[in-house]
Design a protein around this ligand. Structure first.
Ligand SMILES: [Zn+2]
Ligand SMILES: [Zn+2]
Length: 557
């Protein structure tokens, strides 16, 4: 892959200049796509702003009137169905079909369809057991408030995961068990308050450690046991010292968190996180080759500007979440499971191909343009059926029309988002103030006073002093003042592991974890040891010691 900058353009949304690199340019040519006039950041903002991942509401199904949980708040004007209803034959998305009008822009016409077609209450593709409070997550059992993942068992409060068991409060956890407050870790067991670890167990407050067990407050260690603050202890001393940390007390735990961060900051960081990569630029990349500005991705080849695409994918640009046998996809969110040639679409996949500017079209769909909520369909435009010949003729004509209006290859504009900006993952990764969001065409959700009742309960400092009645209490988040609850199973977990009751709501806990990761923004700087130039997400203003790979590897022990 060549990352040579071939030209620079000015973004029509942000007014900022952005580069077009050689491979990207070749991709656009191959895919017959116009060179974008919106910068990668603003393209990503549009995609993320179509996804509400964490805010669940109680509302009625517009098909049955039953009470359901949904990412769509009850005030929305469009119909919302429970996933079991949405995927049933009780309704037909083709009833919403319409003709294309060449006197009008495409997105105006798609919006009219989009506003009428029923929406999925929660994105659930079957197979979940006793896990009603989960969205965009599959093959779950006994999970509560888990999002964007698969194969979770007895887990609570987690985002982005594969194969996790008995984990609470986690973000980006793979194949791990009994973990609490962990971030971007893999193959870990009984690991707590830790980040960026592999194969670690029975440990607390680890950062960038691999293969460690029985360690406390350590950084950059490999294959160590009985270490505290990077110093070796005997087994007996280790467990004696461990007792003194008082992890059962909220006050003590907060102090530990603070001093752990102060300790970690003294140790160098590698300029990027990742393993087994070849010629990549970005952060948190694993088994990737020839990838440009990708973040939180695994097993990608020849891709650019992708985020959260795991499993496998190749020759794709501007894709957020999913992956899994994705190829030749562009500017789409939620794209995978054998998705091929998907352009400007939202949640299209499962062996679907040649899908353009469509949303929620699944299961072997092919040759669709401007469609929504279709399954096993082909040759449709705006949910209307055509013959193969009619489709091809009309498709070519509309594509020309859309190239002319500047719409071809664009993702859905802000006014098509079903969600307020501050309900979406866009605000998570690219936070805006209300005025800024509105300026860009997004909407904003005001606080609901019902969620801000006064605290009726004083939380004891030590978990041992907490009574069962805490599960009935309304608690108030120390940070955002929103109400939150402690589920009985959650209380059981804290008691079992002897951790105090959290004082922040789920959202704020999630935000605190996320803070440990840098923003997805690269800048060029020098390795602070050898002065080699590196592209890194560590801004110059950050206090971390940033090293190139070879200097970093000399530091790990
Ligand atoms: Zn909060
Ligand atoms: Zn160096």
């Amino acid at each position: 892959m060549s990352y040579q900058i071939k030209e620079r353009r000015t973004c029509k949304v942000s007014g900022k200049e952005f580069p077009i690199i050689e491979n990207e340019l070749n991709f656009y040519k191959k895919m017959d796509l116009p060179i974008p006039d919106i910068c990668p950041d603003e393209r990503q903002r549009r995609r993320l702003a179509m996804r509400n991942e964490f805010n669940l509401y109680k509302r009625k199904s517009d098909l049955t009137g039953d009470e359901i949980l949904s990412v769509h708040s009850p005030d929305k004007k469009y119909p919302v169905y429970h996933s079991s209803e949405w995927f049933s034959d009780k309704w037909d998305a083709m009833d919403y079909g319409r003709n294309f009008d060449f006197d009008r822009p495409f997105f105006d016409q798609f919006k009219e369809l989009w506003d009428e077609v029923p929406k999925l209450g929660l994105l659930v593709l079957g197979d979940n057991e006793n896990s009603d409070y989960s969205h965009d997550a599959y093959r779950l059992k006994n999970c509560y408030l888990t999002f964007d993942g698969e194969q979770g068992y007895d887990c609570m409060y987690g985002e982005t995961f594969v194969l996790v068991k008995n984990c609470v409060d986690f973000f980006q956890l793979i194949n791990s068990e009994n973990c609490y407050e962990c971030l971007r870790s893999e193959e870990c067991y009984n690991l707590y308050f830790s980040a960026f670890c592999n194969n670690c167990s029975d440990s607390y407050f680890l950062r960038d450690c691999h293969g460690c067990r029985d360690c406390f407050g350590c950084c950059n260690l490999r294959q160590k046991q009985y270490y505290i603050l990077n110093e070796p202890y005997s087994k007996e001393e280790y467990f004696e010292k461990l007792k003194s940390f008082q992890l059962n007390s909220h006050t003590a735990l907060e102090k530990l968190k603070e001093s752990a961060e102060q300790f970690f900051i003294k140790y160098p960081r590698k300029y990027m996180h990742g393993l087994m990569n070849d010629n990549v630029i970005g952060d948190f990349l694993y088994n990737c080759k020839d990838c440009y500005e990708c973040y939180d991705c695994a097993q990608l080849r020849d891709c650019g500007y992708c985020t959260n695409c795991v499993l496998t994918g190749n020759d794709s640009y501007d894709i957020d979440i999913w992956g899994d046998r994705m190829s030749f996809c562009y500017n789409s969110a939620g794209c995978g499971a054998g998705a091929e040639n998907i352009i400007g679409s939202l949640y299209c996949g499962f062996d679907s191909h040649d899908i353009y500017h469509s949303a929620f079209c699944w299961k072997g769909c092919q040759s669709l343009l401007g469609c929504s909520a279709l399954m096993h369909k082909k040759y449709c435009i705006l949910n209307k059926q055509y013959s193969k010949e009619e489709y091809e003729k009309l498709f070519a004509k509309i594509k020309e029309h859309m190239k002319h209006t500047g719409e071809w290859g664009q993702f859905f504009p802000p006014e098509l988002s079903n969600f307020a900006y501050n309900e979406t993952v866009a605000n998570d990764f690219m936070p805006l103030k209300k005025e800024e969001a509105i300026q860009l065409g997004y909407t904003w959700k005001e606080k609901d006073p019902h969620d801000y009742k006064k605290q009726s309960y004083s939380i004891p400092d030590r978990i041992e002093d907490v009574k069962d009645d805490i599960s009935d209490a309304i608690l108030v988040c120390d940070k955002c003042e929103k109400n939150y609850r402690i589920e009985p199973s959650e209380l059981k977990f804290y008691r079992k592991h002897k951790f105090p009751i959290p004082r922040l709501c789920f959202h704020c806990r999630h935000q605190e974890r996320k803070k440990l990761k840098n923003n997805r923004k690269l800048s060029s700087r020098e390795c602070m040891k050898c002065s080699t130039e590196v592209l890194t997400t560590y801004k110059k203003s950050q206090p971390e010691l940033v090293y190139c790979e070879s200097c970093y590897l000399k530091e790990v022990r």
